[in-house]
Write a protein that binds this ligand. Structure first.
Ligand SMILES: C[S@@+](CC[C@H](N)C(=O)[O-])C[C@H]1O[C@@H](n2cnc3c(N)ncnc32)[C@H](O)[C@@H]1O
Length: 890
């Protein structure tokens, strides 16, 4: 194995046998704990009841625990092989866990810090002494810096953060989520303030869509419990405090309760809850294969079990939080990196990042450390020449920019961000005279106002041109496109992530070889295409009936699918069809697709009279989509509300959160409602299947906020709206129905009876048996995945029987049967809860069964404005035959 040279990072203690010995012992311990984790993630061990001896997580025994404590006293974390998580006194509950081991639970659990990530080093992992060498060196610097510079740094930090805060106040009076977060922190924590401001700055520069993206980091950093009641009291007290008053508007936005206009009565004051970020609309959640931090834990049993499960689910480890580890400010990290980087070579760059992570696990992972320097440079360097110099220090990034780019948020493409009806809406910013950065003598930025008026007829406002590019641009006879033109538009319109075209010159120059067009000629071409609003001749001829005639071919299939939720929109010009690149709409497409609006597969919407979209005779209702103004022209009438667009058109009813009569917090009505009234929608983060699995692990240990839909899950545990507080009842007073609203999968809630303000709102999460399994009052053992060998065998056996019966009906079942048996074999080597979790493992997933349309009417509460499938919250457990069946049949 190649070693990491890292010549500049010889430990100062090198040569001391004692140190070396203890360091190598620690390394051994680390390697052991990491390999124990790896082993445990490969082997499925019987784990019920959970006991320290049997648990696959390494639980610190009394001796080891004592050693760790001693080491901690001796300036611990000499090397952060083990990160210890202690459970605060106030979190230790009296919960008695059924079947718990008679052996007392220890207070601490060993959480192995993430191992070195060798993806950027061709799989080469540094030796332990190399890691220790650099960690030690860094540690010395930190200590020196802290001693020498502490005061100076503190002053600098405070001055800087005050400066930024003032600027922010001037620039953006509107509250942002990070403003709101400030209250959760210690106001004297300069580094927190710093990061706060940095995030704020970052957010300002980001496009709006990503501004609403949940920053898991920040939510977890804040992860402390919120006592809303206390907070409200506190705020009332400090009404006269002018400093506080400045921030009050910001804080209020944070607190869901405060934002309600009425006073809470004592009975419904909410109880302590985890922090969550209020959201107006669902956003895409990030896939996180490394756990940012440990979730808040409630009791010791959970602590042990959760660590075990989490270490299996998060392939890249747990970043860990060590209460006594060095806390580092941005400025101090900047100082340390400035010292370290000049002594770093390409070969040991990753080692440096890893050592930084190990020293400051609370700050960021190895990957995050590798991306942080340019951000720190921009934050702290004002001098242009210095800035350029610093930015060139990480020489190993040259030519590997992609590897060192921050991972883009993976958006779920149900809706193209710039698709609006039959147009792509893009904006292009024209630079003003003094900020011209011209690509050539012919750059389009030379165009003067007269030129612009010639091309677009008017002058752009604030130098921003909004372009509406018709989707049928390629098939419109007016725009017979050459190949370069087609590719040019493709690169610009379809591939561009943001609504703004930012690198027009760059895109234009890519086509230099194909045509002699200059940048400004391309610009005129684009404006010509964008201004061509007239409908194509072919399109004019196509009536609604024509459209339906061609769509009829696919309609039968569509109907047989029951409710069709999100379909992945295609992303190409021209009509859809087999063999068309990027044509993802296998069955049919919609107004959210990028293909021509006269594509034969395009769902034409309905043609119901206003107010008539109630039953399955409305094709939109039949497929579970809310009517879309762009395709359903007739039902949109200013005087009569479309009956199938409540989530689009009707305002949510007022709701509030309070102490539930059922469990924990609950959701209460804030106004009187009638039977069938639309109440609101479930808002949270859209998760991929793998992310649902990972977050599902955490949901075992507390409240579960995952709401499953056919091809996504909405999770409101970190961010969402107040509907996350709706509890389960056997006889609920609200119904949840799934629907595609403006292209996005949505869960809508309706009143099942007339209710008065103050009534607690309840849903049915599914049948009693299933529901019990995901209530956290159920013993942990019942909620956890079944690792027990006997149970696994039983599970497979049961499934085998079911599939045997089914095999009589068709060949497909046989395949599934084999798959299950194979899985049992694999179980011996493969974990259930890994990043490669098979789809069978979806647990705690509230799901909408694909029941046929006709069933929806049977239970339809009269007065309900739309007819949609009943939304059931179904527990998907390991030993749940029904789930396997439904899966089998899929
Ligand atoms: C969507 S949350 C509901 C809000 C939750 N009560 C809170 O305080 O945040 C779902 C969780 O609430 C709890 N829960 C909901 N309905 C319940 C019921 N009828 N009995 C016991 N626990 C319930 C379960 O722990 C479940 O995982």
């Amino acid at each position: 194995m190649a070693s990491f040279p890292f010549a500049g990072f010889q430990s100062e203690n090198e040569g001391s046998d004692e140190e070396e010995c203890s360091s190598s012992n620690q390394n051994k311990a680390h390697v052991e704990s990491v390999s124990a984790m790896k082993r445990s993630s490969r082997t499925i061990k019987p784990r019920i009841p959970y006991s320290p001896e049997k648990s696959s997580t390494r639980v610190v025994d009394r001796g080891l625990k004592q050693k760790i404590e001693e080491k901690k006293l001796l300036k611990t974390s000499k090397n952060s092989e083990v990160v210890t998580k202690s459970i605060p006194e106030n979190r230790k509950t009296e919960t008695t866990i059924k079947n718990s081991s008679p052996v007392p639970w220890t207070d601490r659990t060993v959480i192995p810090i993430a191992p070195f990530d060798s993806t950027r080093t061709n799989g080469i992992t540094p030796k332990d002494d190399e890691i220790n060498g650099i960690t030690e060196k860094l540690r010395t610097w930190v200590e020196e810096a802290l001693k020498e510079k502490e005061e100076a740094i503190k002053d600098e930090v405070l001055a800087f953060s005050a400066d930024i805060r003032d600027k922010n106040k001037e620039n953006s009076p509107a509250p942002t989520s990070s403003d709101e977060n400030v209250v959760a922190r210690n106001s004297t924590d300069a580094s927190a303030d710093f990061r706060e401001n940095r995030d704020k700055e970052n957010r300002k520069t980001k496009p709006q869509s990503s501004a609403v993206q949940v920053d898991a980091d920040s939510t977890e950093e804040l992860g402390s419990e919120y006592d809303i009641h206390e907070k409200l009291k506190e705020e009332e007290k400090s009404d006269n405090d002018s400093h506080h008053a400045d921030r009050e508007t910001d804080d209020a936005a944070e607190l869901p309760v405060k934002s309600q206009s009425y006073a809470l009565t004592d009975e419904v004051h909410p109880i302590k809850m985890h922090y969550f970020m209020p959201l107006g609309n669902s956003v895409c959640g990030k896939d996180e294969t490394q756990l940012r931090n440990l979730p808040e834990l409630y009791n010791r049993t959970d602590d042990i079990a959760v660590c075990s499960e989490l270490s299996k689910a998060f392939s890249r480890g747990i970043r860990g939080y060590e209460p006594n580890a060095y806390e580092i400010s941005d400025l101090l990290l900047f100082e340390i990196m400035k010292k370290a980087l000049p002594k770093t070579t390409a070969a040991d760059a990753e080692l440096l990042y890893y050592a930084l992570y190990r020293l400051f696990p609370n700050y960021g992972s190895q990957e995050e450390m590798s991306l942080v320097f340019p951000k720190l440079v921009k934050l702290f360097t004002r001098d242009e020449a210095e800035l350029t110099d610093y930015l060139s220090w990480e020489t190993w990034k040259v030519g590997r920019e992609e590897e060192y780019e921050e991972e883009e948020d993976k958006s779920i493409d149900w809706k193209h961000p710039c698709s609006k009806g039959n147009f792509f809406v893009k904006s292009i910013r024209l630079p003003s005279e003094d900020e011209r950065d011209l690509c050539s003598d012919e750059c389009y930025k030379y165009m003067n106002d007269d030129d612009l008026i010639d091309v677009i007829g008017v002058l752009p406002i604030n130098n921003v041109l909004e372009l509406s590019i018709p989707k049928n641009v390629s098939s419109n006879p007016r725009n017979v496109l050459s190949k370069p033109e087609y590719l040019f538009l493709y690169a610009l319109v379809l591939k561009h992530e943001n609504q703004f075209i930012v690198d027009f010159c760059g895109v234009a120059s890519r086509f230099k070889n194909q045509t002699n067009r200059t940048c400004s000629e391309w610009f005129k071409f684009l404006l010509g295409v964008a201004n061509n609003f007239e409908e194509s001749e072919t399109n004019k001829k196509r009536t609604y009936h024509d459209k339906w005639r061609s769509f009829d071919k696919v309609l039968k299939k569509v109907r047989s699918m029951g409710t069709v939720f999100a379909i992945k929109p295609c992303c190409h010009f021209g009509p859809c069809g087999p063999g068309v690149d990027n044509c993802s709409c296998e069955l049919f497409c919609s107004v959210f697709c990028q293909c021509d609006d006269d594509c034969a597969r395009r769902f034409p919407g309905c043609q119901c009279a206003p107010g008539q979209c109630r039953t399955n005779s409305c094709p939109c209702v039949a497929i579970g989509w809310e009517c879309i103004e762009d395709s359903c022209s007739k039902c949109y009438d200013p005087s009569i509300k479309c009956q199938n667009s409540c989530a689009t058109d009707i305002e949510d009813k007022e709701v509030r959160v309070g102490k539930s009569n059922i469990e924990g917090n609950g959701l209460f009505l804030g106004e009187n409602v009638k039977k069938g009234d639309f109440l609101g929608v479930y808002v949270g983060e859209f998760l991929s299947e793998a992310e649902t699995e990972r977050r599902g692990i955490m949901a075992f240990f507390g409240n579960n906020y995952l709401y499953g839909l056919p091809n996504t899950t909405i999770d409101s545990s970190r961010a969402g709206n107040l509907w996350r507080f709706a509890n389960h009842a056997n006889v609920p007073n609200c119904s949840g129905t799934g629907s595609l609203v403006q292209g996005l999968p949505t869960i809508k809630f309706h009143a099942l009876k007339a209710m008065k303000a103050g009534e607690e709102l309840t849903l049915s999460y599914g049948d009693q048996g299933s529901v019990k399994k995901f209530m956290h009052y159920s013993p942990l053992e019942d909620r956890l995945p079944k690792w027990n060998e006997k149970e696994t065998v039983n599970h497979v056996k049961k499934v085998s029987i079911v599939t045997e019966q089914k095999t009589k009906k068709g060949v497909k079942r046989k395949v599934t049967n084999t798959k299950n048996q194979k899985r049992r074999k694999d179980d011996e080597n493969a974990p259930y809860c890994s990043s490669s979790i098979p789809p069978q493992d979806t647990r705690f997933n509230y799901s909408l069964p694909n029941t046929p349309n006709t069933d929806y009417n049977a239970n339809k509460p009269s007065g309900l404005s739309s007819v949609s499938p009943p939304c059931q919250l179904v527990y998907k457990g390991f030993a749940d035959d029904e789930d396997d069946e439904s899966e089998d049949s899929n």
